[in-house]
Design a protein around this ligand. Structure first.
Ligand SMILES: [Zn+2]
Length: 315
C-alpha cells in the first residue's frame, strides 16, 4: 500500500515534499483504461454519465475546506468515485499525493465527541489533525487516491492568508465548503467570486441542513444548452443569502446533530460534486433545504442582492 507523504502542521503552513522532477504537465488528460472501466462500470452505466463523465472525474481537481462531519465524508465519496485518480495512476504514491488533486483543509483536531458522526475517525485518532488523518486513511485505502492535507485554522485569518493570492486555488474545478462557521463561509465565498470558481456549500445542525452550488465561472462550453442557460442565470452569492453580521445559534455544539443527518447532507454534496465534475449538473443557483424530522426537502431559487458588496462589485 502507498505510504502517505503529505503533511499538515499546526502553524498553518502547507508542508510540501514535492519532487520537481516528478512534476506533471497540468494539460495532461487521462483516458479511461480497461481496468478503470471495470472498476467504475456501475457509474459509467448511469444515464447521461458514461465514459466521458468518468474521465472528467479522473482528471478533476477539487478543494475541500473542512474535514469534519461533512468534509471527511465528501472526500471519502469523491475518492471512491475516482475523482483525481486518473492522472497519476502509473506513478508512485508520493508524486500522486503531492499533486493533491483532492486538497483537504482543516486545522481542527479529532475529538471524542466527533466519533459518532465523523466516520473516517476512530478513538485512536483523538488529538490528531483531521485533514491529515482523513487524507492518510484515504490514501492508504484507495490505490490511486491523491489527497493532500493542509492544516489551517478555519476560524482565523490563516485561511485568507493561504488562499488570498489565488496560487493555492489554481486549476481547481470545484471548491467545496464544509466548514461550520460564518466567517469561513464568507471568506470562501469571496475567494470563489474573486477567482471565478464554482462553490458547493453544505451546512448541517440539529435536524436541518442545506446544500447549494454557485458557478462564478460560467464557462459551460461542454454542457448542454439547458445547463448553459441555467449557469448564466444571475443567482448572486453566499453574501446575498446570508449577509455579513448575521448571527446564528445553529451550531452542532449548541443544538446537537445526528450522524445520519450529517451523512445525508454530505452525500448530497458529493452527488452534486460528482455531477458538476462530470458535466451533468443542472441545479446551479438552487438552494436545497433538508429537514430530518419530519423528513422533507425544500427547493428554492437563489437571487442576487443588488446591493451585495461581494458579487455586485466583483461578479
Ligand atoms: Zn452576492
Amino acid at each position: 500500500m502507498p505510504a502517505s507523504t503529505n503533511d499538515a502542521n499546526s502553524s498553518g503552513a502547507i508542508t510540501s515534499t514535492t519532487d520537481s522532477s516528478a512534476t506533471i504537465a497540468s494539460t495532461d488528460r487521462t483516458k479511461l483504461t480497461d481496468k478503470q472501466f471495470i472498476e467504475f462500470s456501475r457509474q459509467i452505466f448511469v444515464e447521461d454519465f458514461g465514459e466521458l463523465g468518468q474521465e472528467n472525474l479522473l482528471n478533476a481537481k477539487v478543494l475541500i475546506i473542512g474535514a469534519g462531519g461533512l468534509g471527511a465524508q465528501v472526500a471519502h465519496q469523491l475518492v471512491a468515485a475516482g475523482v483525481g485518480a486518473g492522472v497519476y495512476g502509473n506513478l508512485d504514491a508520493k508524486t500522486r499525493i503531492n499533486a493533491g488533486h483532492i486538497k483537504l483543509v482543516d486545522g481542527d483536531l479529532v475529538e471524542t465527541s466527533n466519533i459518532p458522526r465523523q466516520l473516517l475517525f476512530s478513538m485512536t485518532d483523538v488529538g490528531e489533525n483531521k485533514a491529515k488523518t482523513a487524507a492518510n486513511r484515504l490514501n492508504r485505502q484507495y490505490q490511486n487516491a491523491n489527497v493532500r492535507a493542509v492544516s489551517c485554522d478555519l476560524a482565523a485569518d490563516k485561511l485568507e492568508h493561504i488562499f488570498s493570492d489565488g496560487c493555492e486555488l489554481d486549476g481547481y474545478d470545484l471548491v467545496i465548503d464544509c466548514t461550520d462557521n460564518l466567517k469561513a463561509r464568507h471568506l470562501i465565498n469571496e475567494l470563489c467570486v474573486t477567482h471565478k470558481l464554482t462553490l458547493l456549500s453544505g451546512a448541517v445542525a440539529g435536524n436541518d441542513g442545506q446544500v447549494f452550488c454557485l458557478d462564478f465561472d460560467c464557462k459551460a462550453s461542454q454542457t448542454t444548452n439547458g445547463i448553459q442557460k441555467a449557469r448564466e442565470h444571475d443567482f448572486g452569492c453566499y453574501q446575498c443569502l446570508v449577509p455579513k453580521g448575521s448571527t446564528t445559534s445553529q451550531s452542532c455544539s449548541a443544538i446537537g446533530v445526528l450522524g445520519p443527518t450529517v451523512s445525508h447532507i454530505a452525500s448530497t454534496q458529493a452527488m452534486f460534486a460528482i455531477s458538476h465534475l462530470a458535466g451533468t449538473f443542472n441545479h446551479y443557483g438552487q438552494l436545497f433545504r433538508f429537514q430530518a424530522n419530519p423528513v422533507r426537502w425544500l427547493q428554492m431559487t437563489l437571487t442576487r442582492d443588488s446591493k451585495c458588496s461581494v458579487c455586485c462589485s466583483k461578479g
